[in-house]
Design a protein around this ligand. Structure first.
Ligand SMILES: N[C@@H](CCC(=O)N[C@@H](CS)C(=O)NCC(=O)O)C(=O)O
Length: 243
């Protein structure tokens, strides 16, 4: 259990990311902040026992929330990771979401799709029944294969890191606990060029500096404990394989 967190009191231009240690949506924003090399603070809250200040700040009661002190007014609060990331993108450093209306809408559409994948992966990791786990694994594999990164490129849109990369990378970080899925992807990559591109993109993002810096040093331990406590088939299988 997390110790009660104090309400954020952001210093000017140092945003506070209200977080839960293993939340993939929080990780999306942490990735972008790390990519932009923007200083920020992170406050972890206990989602099973949300502080009153958080419930007062966030209409959805969900993390991430971003608390910003621009120096001009009372601190502002943003919620919804995709919206937070667009704000971070426009505010710090060189914007990543550029181009014409169609290319921006294209990126936003794929970012929306990555939320579907995040939810699907979470349900898969929480599954307690072997048979249902297998079914969900296959459905997740199909959904993952619908992602179409630019051909031969390290990132979704080509050579440059994009908001789509920041939005999907948390899913890729968590694939290490789904070794069966990685094997399925490798097998598919042998016979399908698009899947080979997907696999290369996954590897590239997992090893990306901003993605690696977006989780705390105890992330792995906290993640395993969280799902073990919920009798996760995925984690039991992962442990059996001694990975
Ligand atoms: N669409 C939201 C989803 C955020 C979300 O579901 N966060 C989870 C943690 S990973 C949460 O705060 N759950 C607490 C609750 O639903 O009460 C976003 O992109 O920020």
């Amino acid at each position: 259990m997390l110790a009660p967190a104090p309400a954020p009191a952001p210093t000017k231009d140092i945003p506070v990311l209200v977080s839960f240690p293993i939340c993939p949506f929080v990780q999306r924003s942490a990735i972008l902040l790390e990519h932009k090399q923007q200083r920020y603070e992170r406050i972890n809250i206990d989602l099973a026992n949300k502080p009153d200040w958080f419930l007062a700040l966030s209409p959805t009661g969900k993390v991430p929330a971003l608390v910003i002190n621009t120096g001009e007014t009372e601190p502002s609060v943003l919620f919804e990771s995709a919206i937070i990331n667009e704000y971070l993108d426009e505010t710090y450093g060189k914007p990543l979401l550029t181009g014409n209306s169609l290319s921006k809408a294209h990126s936003r559409a794929w970012i929306a799709y990555t939320e579907v994948l995040i939810m699907q992966q979470y349900a898969l990791l929480l599954e307690q029944e072997e048979e249902a786990f297998q079914q969900k694994l296959e459905a997740f594999f199909i959904a993952l294969n619908k992602l179409k990164p630019a051909s031969g490129a390290p990132f979704f849109n080509g050579k440059a890191f994009s908001l789509v990369d920041a939005a999907i990378a948390p899913v890729f970080t968590r694939l290490r606990w789904l070794p069966q899925l990685r094997e399925m992807l490798k097998e598919e990559a042998l016979i399908n060029e698009e899947s080979a591109g997907l696999l290369a993109w996954i590897e590239n993002l997992v090893n990306n500096t901003a993605v690696q810096a977006s989780v705390a040093s105890d992330f792995e331990q906290v993640f395993i404990e969280y799902f073990k406590d919920r009798n996760s088939v995925a984690i039991a299988q992962w442990e059996q394989q001694g990975l």
